[in-house]
Each structure stands twice: as structure tokens, then as C-alpha cells.
Design a protein around this ligand. Structure first.
Ligand code: NAP
Length: 275
């Protein structure tokens, strides 16, 4: 049997780095710390080495389709696929940031929704039987869902929404934000929140597809929330350390063989959350 492999995006710092650190201790196989910047990634690998932990490195910028395609080809060639994928890379504009909302909407959706979807498009076909996929979403995405118009809420919660319909809705949010018409169209005033509503919904759609298309492969795909965590993104007032934020994500990544649930859920503190 080939060596098992776990891949974590955006893991040179913050929650992603803490996930790699935990996987180095708990996952039986090779663990890949990936980063868009080679220097920052290698520095993080060295910081783990100084703690006696062995992580491997591969460059991966989720906003660069070639980088995604190269990485997927590398894991297919070297390991025959991927056993554990944690889509952690994400961005957020600070609350005090004065960048126009139209730009915040486009840039935030680009990374957190569209680029993460590109990752899933190219990596899901190489996820091995028994694989685990964790999309790092947020409780903010659930709060944002509840602030959408009833019509949008109905679509995000429906069992028959397709990936194409969801992509269309996310693009509609960006287009409306550019014309300052998003509120009239039923969207709340949060680009980060909408990106995570989209990512959680995408996780539910793709889990249903996996169950249908690969029913015997036992792959579990979920959206997970780390909680509110002290990182560059969330600042120093958050209650959880990155290590504590990693716990729920690592739990989802290491659901034991033969487990059938959770799958296609939004999970916080190891509990399936209402959607
Ligand atoms: P962070 O400290 O800002 O780290 C974000 C990581 O993502 C960095 O390594 C960053 O790389 C990377 N990244 C950004 N864009 C990328 C791209 N295009 N390609 C590859 N990597 C990219 O943030 P964090 O708090 O650890 O957040 C990690 C995840 O948890 C995010 O998805 C976030 O939305 C989610 N989350 C966080 C909280 C919280 O309270 N912190 C709560 C809920 C969910 P660079 O160093 O190169 O910028």
C-alpha cells in the first residue's frame, strides 16, 4: 500500500500551521505544509523541525490555477492521490479597512469561495477511497445565511441546489456589490460572511455528489469551524489559541475508517450544527 498523505492549504501560519503540527503528531503518513510563498512555507517547516516534527513542503497558491494543477499532479504521481485534504487558506479584510466594499467582495470571494472551489475541482478526483476532506468555514457563514433574504436562504438550504447554481449566486453577490445593489438583492453587507455561506453550501453539495458518484469509497467531506481563534486574521482578543482552533478540524480529518458520519455537514466543536 502506498504511503498515506495529508495536505493543508495556507498552512505557513495561524490555524493551518497548528493543523499541520497536530497532524504531524497524529496522522500516520506524510504531512504537507503548503504555502503560496516558498520562503514563508519553508520557514514554517523549519519551525516545526525545531520542535522535532517532520512536515514536508509543497508550494500551493490557491489563487493560481497552475499552482493547483501542479500540486495535484505531484500528489497523484508521488502518492497515487491524497488521503486527507484540509482547505484552510482564506482571507478577510479587517473591520477598519477602508477598501471599497465592491473590491472587498470581489477579492474575498475570489480566495475563500472561487479558489477553494478550484482546489476541490482538481483535488476531489484524486482523493483516495476512505479519504477525508475538510473545508475550513466559519460560524460567520451561518450567521450570514440567516441574514440573507428568505429566497436566498431557501436556495442555500435546499437539497437540490447544484454547484453551478451556487457559483451563479456567489457571482451575483459580487456583481451586485459592484453596483452597490447587493442589499436590495437580499444579500447582507459582509463579503467574508457570504464567502463562508458559499463554502459551507458548496461542501454540502459536493458531499451529496460524492455519495452519489463514489458510493463505495467511504469519503467524508465536511465544512468545519475552528471557532474564534487568535491569528493575524482574527486578532489577539479571540478566546482560542491556534492549537485549540485546530482540534475540530483535525477531528474531521481523522474520522476513523468505516465511519459514515458526519458527511456534508457544518461541524463546530465536534458537533453537527444547524444550517
Ligand atoms: P491567517 O493567520 O491570516 O492565515 C491565513 C493563511 O491562509 C495564511 O497562511 C495565508 O498565507 C494563507 N493564504 C491566503 N491566501 C492564500 C492563497 N491564495 N493561497 C494559499 N494560501 C493562502 O488566518 P487564520 O485565522 O489562520 O485562518 C485560517 C482559516 O480559518 C481561514 O479560512 C479563515 O477564514 C478560517 N477561520 C478563522 C477564524 C479565526 O477566528 N481566526 C474563525 C473561523 C474561520 P500568507 O501568509 O501567504 O498570507
Amino acid at each position: 500500500m502506498s504511503t498515506r498523505v495529508a495536505v493543508v492549504t495556507g498552512s505557513n501560519k495561524g490555524i493551518g500551521l497548528a493543523v499541520v503540527q497536530a497532524l504531524c503528531k497524529q496522522f500516520e503518513g506524510d504531512v504537507y505544509l503548503t504555502a503560496r510563498d516558498v520562503g514563508r512555507g519553508q520557514e514554517a517547516v523549519e519551525s516545526l523541525a525545531s520542535e522535532g516534527l517532520k512536515a514536508f513542503f509543497h508550494q500551493l497558491d490557491i489563487n493560481d490555477l497552475n499552482s493547483i494543477i501542479n500540486a495535484a499532479a505531484f500528489f497523484k504521481e508521488k502518492y497515487g492521490g491524497v488521503d486527507v485534504l484540509i482547505n484552510n487558506a482564506g482571507i478577510a479584510f479587517g473591520v477598519a479597512d477602508t477598501t471599497p466594499f465592491a473590491v472587498q467582495a470581489e477579492v474575498t470571494l475570489k480566495t475563500n469561495f472561487f479558489a477553494t472551489r478550484d482546489m476541490l475541482t482538481h483535488f476531489l478526483p484524486i482523493i483516495k477511497a476512505g479519504g477525508r476532506v475538510v473545508n475550513v468555514s466559519s460560524f460567520v457563514g451561518t450567521r450570514t445565511l440567516n441574514q440573507c433574504s428568505p429566497a436566498l436562504q431557501q436556495r442555500f438550504r435546499s437539497e437540490d441546489i447544484t454547484e453551478e447554481e451556487l457559483v451563479g449566486l456567489m457571482q451575483q453577490f459580487v456583481d451586485k456589490a459592484k453596483k452597490d445593489e447587493h442589499k436590495q438583492a437580499g444579500w447582507p453587507d459582509t463579503a467574508y460572511g457570504v464567502s463562508k455561506t458559499g463554502l459551507t453550501t458548496l461542501s454540502m453539495i459536493l458531499a451529496r455528489c460524492l455519495s452519489k458518484e463514489r458510493p463505495n469509497d467511504g469519503i467524508l467531506l465536511n465544512a468545519g469551524c475552528p471557532g474564534w481563534v487568535r491569528t493575524n486574521m482574527a486578532g489577539s482578543n479571540a478566546p482560542k489559541s491556534p492549537e485549540e482552533g485546530a482540534v475540530n478540524l483535525v477531528y474531521l480529518a481523522l474520522l476513523p475508517p468505516g465511519t459514515t458520519a458526519p458527511h456534508g455537514k457544518f461541524v463546530s466543536d465536534k458537533e453537527v450544527q444547524p444550517w
